[in-house]
Design a protein around this ligand. Structure first.
Ligand SMILES: Nc1ncnc2c1ncn2[C@@H]1O[C@H](COP(=O)(O)OP(=O)(O)OP(=O)(O)O)[C@@H](O)[C@H]1O
Ligand SMILES: [Mg+2]
Length: 358
């Protein structure tokens, strides 16, 4: 397929803000997107992901800020002059047009010569592996096939930027995984620049070069999958990135980034991610898989197992301390309800934040 055009080096969102009735659904989003990058916008329902995407696409006017493609100002242009491809959550295919015609539509709108429309449509149909279904109507396709039509339609125009709003949320688990790989493959082989909206952290981590985590319209953190996975900037991001245990504790000793806290007479050592001082109330975040259950006699937090859920190779376990604090574990250890265990965590996996940030 043809190289995306017009090529650009940087797409810059500068203080992009969108208010609805005075309330900022998106506040002050500043971000440089480099050509070829795969960016995921991630956050819980209502955090402003679709708003950000629609502002980029030109479907929503900005209340503040600006959008630039290198030196060219974009936010004042109508959607069709931005040269972007968009995949909507509900696919939005034309029900009365065949797969081929759906895909060819954007090229015809651009009044390209018929031979070129045919050639590029054929190529796009092949790309998403729909050759056998090209004459069908959308209603005669499975969800995954419809999804592929929507993607082909977005990329066939060789867009300088592809915007995708939760494109996989309507698919079953197996298809979602397949399409995820497919999207990454297309992104790479076509040299696309992609902005992808999802509330699924695993999807975002596996697809994106960089993630932008939003909460209540505000950016919480921008970083690589590894940065977000290992060092979330605050307890909200930690919680969202799968640190299901957030323990409210008090810092006793601080040396460098090492923080000693205690819980029920047991000392816990963690790693400070932000500035923490002795005496501060803190939140200690740890993933279920980084809490280690041991025999009752060992040093650690004494707990009783409440619930054990089978999850393939591992068990999801809920346990409770004497004071009623609930802990979530993921472990290969064979545990049963009512088992008495002690739980420990490595300092490197116990991230400590000032409680005031929550
Ligand atoms: N047209 C509108 N009028 C008024 N408020 C709106 C409008 N569109 C969005 N909002 C509000 O803006 C906030 C952000 O909405 P947005 O659709 O961007 O969220 P989202 O992150 O995409 O959520 P979801 O994951 O549920 O799709 C929400 O509080 C929403 O109610
Ligand atoms: Mg949305």
């Amino acid at each position: 397929m043809t190289v995306p055009e017009p090529a650009f080096e940087t797409l810059r969102l500068d203080g992009v803000t969108r208010r609805f009735a005075g309330h900022a659904a998106l506040a002050d989003l500043t971000l440089d997107i480099r050509r070829g990058e795969f960016i995921a916008l991630l956050g819980p329902s209502g955090c402003g992901k679709s708003t950000a995407l629609n502002c980029l696409a030109g479907l929503l006017p900005l209340s503040g800020g600006s959008i630039w493609q290198d030196e060219r100002r974009l936010d004042t242009l109508p959607p069709e002059r931005r040269g972007f491809g968009m995949v909507f959550q509900n696919y939005a295919l034309f029900p009365h047009l065949s797969v081929r015609s759906n895909i060819a539509f954007g090229l015809q709108m651009r009044r390209l010569p018929r031979a070129e429309v045919r050639r590029r449509t054929d190529e796009a149909v092949r790309l998403v592996r729909l050759e056998e279904h090209a004459a069908k109507l959308p209603g005669q396709l499975s969800g995954g096939q419809q999804q592929r039509v929507a993607i082909a339609r977005a990329v066939v125009i060789s867009p300088s930027l592809v915007l995708m709003d939760e494109p996989l949320s309507n698919l079953d688990a197996k298809l979602r995984l397949e399409m995820r790989t497919e999207i990454r493959r297309l992104h790479q082989s076509l040299g696309l620049t992609t902005v992808y909206v999802t509330h699924d952290q695993e999807e975002a981590l596996s697809l994106a070069d960089r993630l932008v985590v939003l909460r209540a319209g505000r950016v919480q953190q921008v970083g690589s999958p590894e940065e977000l996975h290992t060092r979330p900037a605050n307890p909200h991001v930690a919680d969202f990135m799968g640190f299901r245990n957030l323990l409210r504790l008090r810092a006793e000793k601080v040396a460098g980034d090492s923080v000693v806290m205690s819980l029920e007479g047991v000392r816990l050592t963690g790693t400070a991610v932000a500035d923490v001082r002795p005496g501060d109330e803190v939140l200690a975040a740890v993933r279920p898989e980084n809490l280690r259950p041991g025999a009752e006699a060992e040093e650690g937090l004494h707990c009783v197992v409440d619930v054990v859920e089978y999850q393939g190779r591992e068990m999801a376990v809920e346990a409770r301390t004497r004071d009623g604090l609930q802990l979530h574990l993921r472990t290969t250890a064979r545990l049963a309800p009512q088992d008495a265990i002690t739980v420990t965590a490595d300092a490197a996996h116990l991230l400590v934040y000032p409680a005031g940030e929550a």
